[in-house]
Ligand binder design. Structure first.
Ligand code: SAM
Length: 293
């Protein structure tokens, strides 16, 4: 099973049968919308490229639809699932792919993923919508770059996915876009119709694929976060108003010849980076650029 080639031959029962046998009725509280279409699941597992022998973190495997696609692709999967009802179904998968699946029960928000994995890893997940954005922000916000994860392939509500990949000038452009694009590339990999899920959610979904790129020099992630928070926190206001609480921000805009009457959503990711670079310079003694004036 851990051989060098993809093993599509392992005979697994249909996912619907697994759900019925283990009594896995979808829980709304846990954000459960399951995917059963194995061709679709194989296409999702193929998004990050060849996974043969690679370490993969999957959050929220549920009954294991995406998990089985990852295992068939030859990945070594660590799956974190909160719902203990899903564990017997996942154990069956582990038996079918010996040595390839590690199952952890718990809340993915409370675990240190780098420590858990202990090596570079790809993240693939049909995330529960309620925790998806929190995990995404955490994976992207670290001060250490490049991160231990090599790519993020994540399902979001389509509207959130569009915010992540939006460019400046687009009404969807905001904090998530800057966070996802200032030292990574973020692309919309696939749209997924609501009817593909059981039960179908109210809105359409899309998969975003993020790969880390070079960290711009001289920029503190915390400073960039603080400036985008202020700028987009009052996105209808002019920048000279929205960022005035951050010491030196208006002067930095002027130094960069960025019109302070512009609004946050018109500033490119590069302009945010340039602004953060100036504000990341060590402050004169006794002053801290991260605190409000
Ligand atoms: N991956 C499966 C699929 O594609 O069919 C299930 C996806 S379902 C949208 C989300 C899964 O995440 C559920 O199984 C749910 O129990 C699990 N989950 C919810 N919150 C979680 C958390 N904080 N940590 C780990 N798993 C969680």
């Amino acid at each position: 099973m851990c051989g060098k080639t993809r093993d599509m031959s392992i005979d697994l029962p249909p996912l619907r049968e697994v759900i019925a046998r283990h009594g896995l009725s979808a829980s709304k509280a846990l954000g459960q919308n399951f995917l059963f279409d194995e061709q679709l699941l194989n296409r999702i597992a193929a998004i990050p490229g060849d996974l043969q022998g690679k370490a993969v973190l999957e959050v929220g495997p549920g009954p294991g639809g995406l998990t089985r696609a990852l295992l068939r692709a030859g990945a070594r999967v660590t799956a974190i699932e909160m719902d203990s009802r899903c564990l017997p179904a996942l154990e069956e998968l582990s038996d079918a792919f010996p040595g390839q699946l590690r199952i952890m029960q718990g809340d993915a928000l409370k675990l240190n993923h780098d420590e858990l994995m202990g090596e570079p890893f790809a993240v693939l997940s049909n995330l529960p919508y309620n925790v998806g954005t929190a995990l995404f922000v955490r994976w992207l916000a670290g001060e250490t770059w490049p991160p231990q994860w090599t790519s993020l392939t994540l399902m979001f509500q389509q509207e959130v996915a569009q915010r992540i990949v939006a460019s400046a000038g687009n009404s969807a452009f905001g904090r998530l876009s800057v966070l996802a694009q200032w030292r990574s590339t973020a692309a919309l990999a696939m749209k997924v119709h609501r009817s593909a899920f059981t039960p179908p959610p109210k809105v359409m979904s899309a998969i975003v694929h993020v790969v880390p790129s070079a960290m711009p020099e001289g920029v503190s992630a915390k400073v960039l976060e603080r400036i985008t928070e202020a700028a987009f926190g009052q996105r209808r206001k002019m920048l000279r108003q929205s960022v005035k609480g951050i010491e030196g921000a208006v002067a930095a805009l002027e130094a960069l010849e960025i019109d302070t009457q512009r609004r946050a959503e018109t500033l490119s990711v590069e302009e945010f980076v340039a602004l953060a670079r100036i504000l990341s310079r060590p402050a004169p003694a006794g002053r801290n650029l991260l605190s409000p004036q």
